[in-house]
Design a protein around this ligand. Structure first.
Ligand code: F6R
Length: 616
């Protein structure tokens, strides 16, 4: 939440800041602003409520003098509504200092009281301005931005990434982070700071990840990183594996449309390089077999869509590794005093690698002595850095707020992990392992089949449903989390009531919701491989149909049993039961996108939301 970019170098900074903000806009789009130290050493500021376009248009109408040092921010409001005044940057020290911030400063009220008592005044309702004024006061005392930052950072409680620059020190941008993201981009005679690498990937793919409680100072000549006490620290260099084009919309109508179309590649790229002679070999886990030795249970922690991926993965991990798996929402796990210890493997799943709830849960698990493994899509992110081991998903940058390709990549990574642990624990025969590997390798082609054969049909049918007020989703076994995912996606981007249920739960209450015409998506298991479950789901379909529901079945090709009871059938290719979720979710993603589009909504930037939820 909130996107941050900083630049120092020889080039005019405004375009660099604005294009960085455009790439970070998915992190928040309530307001945006930039500050620049211009050629005359003056600090210029422009900030506007609304999406980045409002700021851009304002800068075209009323240009701001450009300069080679600048910071920019795109906001998801926490303290104070989305107004011009609350937009970042915030100024202090008689408008000579500019500050931007991501996170929440929990002790801001007490700090503000202290500053007010000293006679300082405030122009916004934000916690950020408190940090800015505090920094201004320290700057007055020390005359050095890095020293002032150190004093301020150690007084702040909560989570923050702060970036600042001062008119009296042009060519310098200073940043500090605690539990909130910040990465460094290394250029030739220029350097960058960003909430993630998207901020600067069009200029450099050479990056540094900095740790918690560290301060970074960038100048055109170099980068210095210290801890909050001024001690130099080691920083981890990495090369960004994707290029700027990967985060462009290309010719697509939306990032979401592009990302759904990339679901086959997301699976293929996550599998690539991890299969040897028909067996799963995860290079990142080389030499880490001891991480899995003696574990008696696995707890998967995640939020939202990532948690649903975890729920799907539970079935595979239990089947292949014969180990109990619980899946928990990270924010619930953290605050209920869970019974965990060295025999527990806590697997976190996060596309962004920055979700605060998940990060806090991982830290808590480590403090309790559990072993931690992170499944993550973003290099240089915090959660993998806080974990004992990492398995990256290779979905490429996901820009649309609603997660799609990352979801299938997360399930894929969990499956690879399940096959890996199954092999280590000796619970999976080589033949079963080889069969599952072959199934997994066939998934990208099958997703492409769904996209080719069903996309137009689903898009058309979602247009017919544009006035629908409520949609229900039913599934059993691995189809249950898919039902939850279908409902979440619809709520998130179409703003209509949608709920997912375990089909067996229907008669325990939710069936009362069925009235004539109520659309219900049903994820139908394979009649070949899950005959028992298939029969039960077909019975569920009959029960809701008898009460007037309009049934949309997501069913295997050739499954004729659903035809008499379904108003629409969305076909998926044949696959083993554990692999069906990777196919069944695709029509639901297409449907949510189609319905939102039919309602004229912005599918990439749904209201009230932001990608990468970096506040608790
Ligand atoms: C839904 C969605 C969210 C995220 C959740 C976790 O479409 O995108 O529910 O899945 O906020 O985000 P990450 O995976 O970044 O931890």
């Amino acid at each position: 939440m909130c996107g941050i970019v900083g630049y120092v170098g020889p080039r005019p900074s405004q375009d660099i800041l604005l294009s960085g903000l455009a790439r970070l806009e998915y992190r928040g789009y309530d307001s945006a602003g930039i500050a620049v130290i211009d050629g005359d050493g003056q600090l210029g500021l422009r900030k506007r409520a609304g999406k980045l376009k409002v700021l851009r248009d304002d800068l075209v109408d009323h240009p701001l003098a450009d300069g080679t040092t600048g910071i920019g921010h795109t906001r998801w409001a926490t303290h104070g509504g989305p107004t011009d005044a609350n937009a970042h940057p915030h100024l202090a020290d008689e408008d000579r200092l500019a500050v931007i911030h991501n996170g929440i400063i929990e002790n801001f009220a007490e700090l503000k009281a202290e500053l007010v008592a000293e006679g300082f005044t405030f122009r916004s309702e934000t916690d950020t301005e408190v940090a800015a004024v505090l920094l201004g006061r320290e700057y007055r005392a020390t005359g050095d931005l890095v020293t002032a930052f150190r004093a301020v950072a150690s007084r702040l409680e909560g989570a923050f990434t702060l970036l600042a620059m001062h008119r009296d020190e042009p060519g310098l941008v200073v940043g500090a982070r605690r539990n909130s993201p910040l990465v460094i981009g290394l250029g030739e005679g220029e350097n960058f700071l960003g909430s993630d690498v998207a901020a600067f990937v069009e200029h450099t793919r050479s990056a540094l990840a900095i740790g918690q409680d560290e301060i970074v100072a960038i100048t055109p000549a170099g980068v210095t990183v210290t801890d909050f006490h001024g001690e130099p620290v080691e920083v981890e260099p990495f090369e960004v594996v994707w290029d700027a084009a990967a985060a462009e919309k290309g010719g697509w109508s939306s990032f979401m449309a592009k990302e759904v179309s990339e679901e086959p590649e997301a699976v293929a790229n996550t599998v690539r390089g991890r299969i040897r002679d028909g067996e799963v070999v995860i290079p990142e886990l080389d030499g880490l077999d001891s991480l899995f030795a003696g574990i008696t249970r696995v707890i998967v922690i995640a939020c939202g869509t990532a948690a649903y991926a975890g729920m799907v993965g539970k079935y595979a991990l239990e089947q292949w590794a014969r180990i109990p798996v619980d899946v928990e929402l990270a924010h619930e796990f953290r605050y209920r005093d869970p019974v965990i210890g060295p025999d527990t493997l806590v697997v976190s799943i996060s596309q962004s690698g920055e979700t605060m709830d998940t990060l806090m849960a991982v830290k808590y698990a480590r403090e309790q002595g559990a072993r931690t493994l992170s499944i993550c899509n973003t290099q240089g992110a915090t959660i993998p850095r806080e974990s004992d081991a990492i398995v990256y998903t290779h979905a490429g940058p996901e820009v649309a707020v609603a997660s799609t390709k990352a979801f299938v990549a997360q399930i894929t990574a969990l499956y690879l992990l399940g096959l890996h642990i199954g092999r280590i624990r000796g619970t999976l025969s080589p033949a079963d392992s080889a069969r599952s590997v072959a199934e997994l390798e066939a998934v990208p082609g099958k997703i492409s089949w769904v996209l080719e054969k069903e996309q137009a049909h689903i898009a058309q049918f979602s247009h017919w449903m544009a006035d629908t007020q409520s949609v229900l989703f039913l599934g059993r076994h691995v189809g249950y989390p898919i039902a939850l995912e279908g409902a979440l996606k619809l709520k998130e981007i179409s703003y209509i009531h949608a709920e997912g249920f375990a089909a067996g739960e229907l008669k325990h209450g939710p069936i009362a919701l069925i009235e004539p015409g109520q659309p219900v998506f049903v994820i139908v298991p394979s009649p070949r491989e899950s005959a028992e479950l298939h029969k039960k789901v077909v019975s569920n379909i009959q029960e809701i149909r008898a009460r007037g529901a309009r049934v949309i079945a997501v069913a295997e090709e050739g499954d004729a049993a659903v035809l008499p009871f379904a108003d629409e059938v969305l076909r998926i290719p044949l696959a083993g039961p554990l692999f069906e979720p990777l196919l069944a979710v695709v029509p639901l993603h297409i449907f949510a996108m189609g319905l939102a589009t039919a309602k004229g909504l912005d599918v990439d930037q749904p209201r009230n939301l932001a990608k990468s939820v970096t506040v608790e």
